[in-house]
Design a protein around this ligand. Structure first.
Ligand SMILES: [Zn+2]
Length: 90
């Protein structure tokens, strides 16, 4: 059996798609609120979403907030909601 190179996969917390973690955007819960973690190495509970949250319905941000809130096990503040909205492209 050839040795298969390990590729870390993560799951988008919005649509459930599995992808190479480099293809997803990491959100991390910090003392200062929810932040985007471009390095993927920030400390704290993190979750992954598709880039630009292209998988979400623009009309259904409440659903997105609920899923991220659950994934990060935190109640979202208004500032957190704003940060998450900024992730949404177009
Ligand atoms: Zn997704």
């Amino acid at each position: 059996m050839p040795h298969r190179k390990h590729v870390a996969t993560r799951t988008c917390s919005i649509c459930g798609k599995k992808a190479d973690k480099r293809e997803l955007v990491r959100l991390v819960r910090t003392d200062d609120g929810i932040m985007i973690d471009p390095s993927g190495k920030m400390n704290g509970r993190g979750t992954y979403v598709c880039p630009g949250m292209e998988c979400q319905e623009a009309s259904d941000m409440n659903d997105v907030f609920r899923k991220i809130s659950r994934a990060l096990r935190v109640d979202l503040t208004d500032a957190d909601r704003l940060s998450i909205r900024q992730l949404v492209s177009s």
